[in-house]
Design a protein around this ligand. Structure first.
Ligand SMILES: [Fe+2]
Length: 507
């Protein structure tokens, strides 16, 4: 039997023609489908997009079922879903040291149009994914639909939200963190179980991603549109910030763990080479333009933040509102370089709508006893103030923050002072599956935080953002029951921000 399985980069690297060279073990491994974790695309530009896959024959195994050999993979991009009008194609090498991930930066595409793509390796073909390019920078774009989500703890539910998100046919998916959770699952709270160990090194982080990505509804969401991804804490370790987390690891050991986690994140996301990690550093903040309609800046509030504050007087992560260290003007959740970068991105924009994708709730959230969390923006209020002042001073058109992390839906006004004029608007959450909070406690939070206009903690789901030159409509989409794979979805609430009028208003 003629087999085209298992082309080996090893043979190619040795200067041998690869076409008829196979390696017994790689061939045996590729007897199984290597596309078990699907395909993805991301980072759309007017002339190109990133295509991604990772060869995995067994998503549950440490090592993904792959032999430690290079595998040649082919990719194709077409103008039609049946892949009859191929416009770009090429080869890439999946390397064991890179987790057999493949990142292809396709160029030479036309702006503002749909494409379809797939990968093949040996006799196996991946699913076909749909993607699209961004419009030309000066284009007068009339509409953009972004679906955004976060917090998809695998063992806490099924990904019905992802199925509905894909069916909403977004131009872009924005994922704002907690793509995986690093902890061993608690069987008492789990409806499905991955291995009962924490992800702590490259092998176990890789395994965790493969385990999550084997889910067909998550694969459908990736295959539906290009994604823009940003991490939060659980891609590394709960509540980590900068060079420390809440475990007793020394700084050196924590940075080793962070390097492994960042490497696994890179391998599993449709990112450009410019985001590739080097040791424990990974440059991930970036901005994307959608013609003259929208700019989306996504910021990394984990890697560069100053250490937690007021820990000595904290109850868990809740700290007194008036703890003086919290208010120190130098404290930053983004780090100085990233703050400067963001200031430039929001000052030199021509876009009608200026989105800030970030991980959590940006506005203040006091709980009933007056405390705030030291893990989010309330632990770094000086950064929040600087961003709002920049929005105001640069007269930034229609700033809107999108966030995740809190496992609740929130809609709120962003103002410099309590009760002050709204400078921007924010829409947060919910979570795809991660457990939320009782609405009773959120009702109390709304009373003491009047800038927050809406909260819903009992439903899981995602946000849908429809942008035109005149208005931005945000719809919170909630699944009926995240423990049911087939759960229906409904609109929980919808809000509209009209051009030039910041602040939450019901649609
Ligand atoms: Fe989360």
């Amino acid at each position: 039997m003629r087999s085209r399985r298992g082309f080996l980069g090893g043979a190619a690297a040795a200067g041998l023609a690869p076409a008829f060279w196979t390696h017994a073990s790689a061939q045996a491994r590729l007897a199984a489908d290597p596309f078990r974790v699907g395909v993805a695309s991301g980072e759309p530009l007017p002339d190109g997009v990133v295509l991604w896959t990772r060869l995995v024959t067994n998503p549950e195994a440490l090592g993904a079922g792959m032999a430690p050999d290079r595998v040649e993979v082919r990719w194709e991009v077409a103008e039609d879903p049946a892949l009859t009008r191929i416009v770009r194609k090429g080869d890439a090498t999946a390397r064991p040291e890179g987790g057999h991930a493949v990142h292809v930066e396709v160029e030479g595409l036309k702006p503002d149009r749909e494409y379809w793509y797939r990968f093949t390796a040996g006799d196996h073909a991946s699913a076909v994914g749909r993607t699209r390019t961004a419009p030309d920078p000066g284009a007068d774009v009339q509409r953009l639909r972004i679906a955004y989500g976060s917090c998809q703890k695998w063992e806490s539910g099924y990904y019905a939200a992802h199925r509905h998100l894909a069916a909403d046919n977004p131009d872009l998916v924005l994922f704002l963190g907690d793509y995986i959770y690093e902890k061993a699952a608690n069987p008492e709270e789990a409806i499905r179980l991955h291995p009962p160990t924490d992800a702590v090194d490259l092998a176990t982080y890789r395994q965790r991603y493969a385990w999550y990505k084997a889910d067909p509804d998550l694969q459908a969401a990736h295959a539906a549109a290009p994604w823009i991804v940003m991490w939060d804490d659980h891609e590394v370790s709960n509540d980590y910030g900068g060079d420390a987390d809440r475990t007793p690891l020394t700084r050196d050991l924590f940075l080793k763990r962070r390097a492994a986690a960042y490497q696994a994140y890179w391998e599993n996301m449709p990112l450009r080479r410019s985001s590739r990690p080097s040791g424990a550093k990974m440059p991930l903040y970036r901005a994307l333009d959608w013609g003259r309609l929208a700019r989306l800046a996504v910021v990394d509030d984990r890697q560069y933040r100053d250490g937690r504050t007021c820990d000595a007087v904290a109850e868990g992560k809740r700290i007194p509102y008036d703890c003086p260290e919290r208010l120190a003007p130098k404290r930053s959740i983004l780090g100085r370089d990233q703050e400067r970068w963001l200031e430039r991105r929001v000052s030199d924009t021509q876009a009608r709508w200026n989105f800030l994708g970030q991980q959590t709730l940006m506005g203040e959230l006091r709980v009933e006893d007056g405390r705030v969390s030291n893990d989010g923006w309330d632990g770094y209020p000086a950064t929040r103030r600087r961003i709002l002042e920049t929005w105001r001073d640069a007269s930034v058109a229609n700033p809107i923050a999108l966030g995740g992390d809190v496992h609740c839906f929130f809609a709120g006004d962003l103002a410099l002072e309590r009760g002050g004029r709204a400078i921007g608007t924010e829409f947060v959450g919910g979570s795809i599956t991660s457990f939320g909070r009782p609405n009773k406690s959120l009702a109390g939070a709304l009373l003491v935080n009047p800038h927050l206009k809406y909260a819903e903690g009992e439903k899981r789901g995602y946000g849908r953002v429809d942008i035109t030159p005149k208005a931005c409509t945000v719809t919170f989409r909630g699944v009926h029951n995240a423990l049911d794979k087939a759960s229906p979805v409904r609109d929980l609430a919808a809000f509209v921000v009209e051009d030039g009028r910041p602040g939450v208003k019901r649609a």
